[in-house]
Write a protein that binds this ligand. Structure first.
Ligand SMILES: [Zn+2]
Length: 165
């Protein structure tokens, strides 16, 4: 299992991985299966490198100010998934997710002094988030789920207003 696949597996179990210096912080609603934990341990350097590299920056992301360009990128992505054997629904969903990640990556959030969610100073629980092209910012662990969900929601709304189905 390579690093990307491992991270997907953790997500499939409802968990997430965050980089904490040179350590990986695993959060999961229930303990992860033993084999997955062992695999994570065995491939720790690889996973760290993968997390450090952040989401793959797509060199051909669309011109976001041009809805036509954004739409054609969406259809191109969905087309790739369709030809890889996905159903139309699945292909649309995957293309949307991909475009969403791309959008968030090219639209970093404003960097604030404290936690971007509650505004309070950072503490030991603060976790790094790769803020697209602007590098890492930190968010309290307890603020993270709501903050990230809000961020994703706003990005989805923006894509929808650009005419992405
Ligand atoms: Zn906070």
């Amino acid at each position: 299992m390579d690093a990307a696949r491992l991270i997907d597996e953790v997500k499939r179990h409802g968990g997430s991985l965050q980089l904490n210096g040179d350590k990986i912080r695993v959060s999961a609603p229930e303990p992860l299966p033993d084999n997955l934990r062992q695999e994570l341990k065995a491939r720790k350097p690889e996973v760290i490198n993968f997390l450090k590299a952040g989401p793959r920056v797509n060199p051909c992301h669309p011109d976001w100010s041009d809805p036509e360009d954004t739409r054609s990128r969406f259809f191109e992505l969905a087309g790739n998934h369709l030809s890889a054997g996905k159903t139309q629904d699945e292909a649309d969903k995957l293309a949307f997710e991909c475009l969403l990640a791309d959008w968030m990556n090219s639209h970093p959030v404003e960097v604030t002094e404290g936690c971007p969610h509650c505004g309070e100073p950072h503490d030991a629980s603060s976790m790094p988030y790769l803020n697209g092209e602007a590098g890492h910012i930190k968010i309290h662990e307890q603020c993270w789920p709501e903050w990230y969900a809000g961020l994703k929601k706003r990005a989805s709304v923006t894509l929808t207003t650009l005419g992405i189905p």
